[in-house]
Design a protein around this ligand. Sequence first.
Ligand code: ADP
Ligand code: GLC
Length: 497
Amino acid sequence: MQNDKILFVTSEAAPLVKTGGLGDVGGSLPTALKALKCDIRIVLPAYREVLRIAGKLAMVGLIDVSNSSVVRILEGKLPNTHVTVWFIDSPAHFDRPGGLYAGPDGHDWHDNAERFTVFAKAAELIALNQAGLNWYPDIVHCNDWQSALVPALLAHQPRRPASVFTIHNLAYQGLFPAETFERLRVDFQLPPDLWDIHSMEFHGLFSFVKGGLVYSDMLNTVSPTYSHEIRTPAFGNGLDGLLVHRAERLVGILNGADYAVWNPATDPFIAKNYSADKFGGKASNKTALQERFGLPVKPDTPLIGMVGRLVEQKGGDLVLQVIPNIIGEYDVQFIVLGTGDKRFELAFTQIAANHPDKIAVHIGFSEELAHTIESGADMFLMPSRFEPCGLNQMYSLRYGTIPIVRHTGGLADTVIDATDESLDADTANGFSFDIAAPQALRATVERALHLYRQPQLWSQIAKRAMAADYSWSRSARAYIDLYELARQYRNTDKPYR
Ligand code: ADP
Ligand code: GLC
């Protein structure tokens, strides 16, 4: 509904802070909802890096979240928008060097459970209008395990807003030992009944994500296909039974792409702007990309890009297995940008060192390089083992950079494989394969390389890809419907348990 008051609780929100797609969504979904006239406020931890770039902030509240922690609420705006952000300022928990969830050594922060309990308690008090902000939301929308305790805390309140929980990635659950729960329970006065297998206990551990899955009025995942996959043992990470049980409350809403940021016609990061009508401009970006990564500048050599977290999920092992054969047989170049597991970082660095004229790798996080690769590559590789939605394939489509993906989750919902039939029907916009095995990936890359040699067909696919519309407006409307359902359940139902 218009004028819905929504409290959007997230641990990432671009452009302030982002480690992956959650950050993109945390920035662009609230902005899209604001454009639909929702009164939306974001709650975000005041990480050190965020405080550095957030601009001028006002102190608007001070709240006790535990026996020993008082947090300040700082108010600002999401850059370039009118969306209000309430930053939860607890220096002991968030003002530190290193990553959002892990320290400089790559290990998770030892106090993550406490950090995100401080965050959740603060969000709960804001949601209940007990933080002195004089604002009572209709809906509290939480995202992934870092804010999943919030629906559980709210469910224990007699008077509360409706709650919605979005699963961006079920593989990250926020699991902590029983002793940690016991400590949190005492320090934060958590309800003791959270320790129960029907609540947040999970095989002897305290599971943050279960707080969202068990207690929220409505649940969603970020693509329709993933919302079905997670009800099966293969994708459910042990939670498929619970998700089947809550199926009536679970829907899939495809993420949108923020075309204000990801648009080759206006992208300030790229060498030359281009569009479907002026597709020739892409060639300059390819040259710039090859130069930037020190690869031979060859306009006719197909260039395959890859950007993403280098973790098991993304199928990097499959890529590493097929690269040697492919570069042995074809004139082709690869460019990889990513950070993640050390073993993948090392393996990609090594393979690039062995084939410097065909493969270039940059280990690091760079928004600018991500745009440069999207604009300059001919194809984009994303052979994920699972993919709740995936944003990079949508960005690739918009840049006419043909995605090669595994048929799973949001990839299955956005990429239409180039078969004889789909080419005839002019529906193809990429390449996909079913089985997560090197042979299947290799065969699909080979199909793409062959089609690349047929310029007319290739430009037909590229044009179709660029025309696809995965903007936020439709998805944001679907969230408004979801909020309405949550509100109805909140009003008519007993709490879930
Ligand atoms: P996930 O959320 O699983 O990481 P998505 O495809 O949904 O995957 O979103 C990833 C987002 O993070 C994209 O915006 C992508 O460009 C960005 N990204 C990932 N790794 C890097 C990197 N090394 N440098 C810059 N951007 C990156
Ligand atoms: C997660 C998923 C990714 C999704 C993103 C934003 O990080 O891995 O598929 O696009 O969240 O919802």
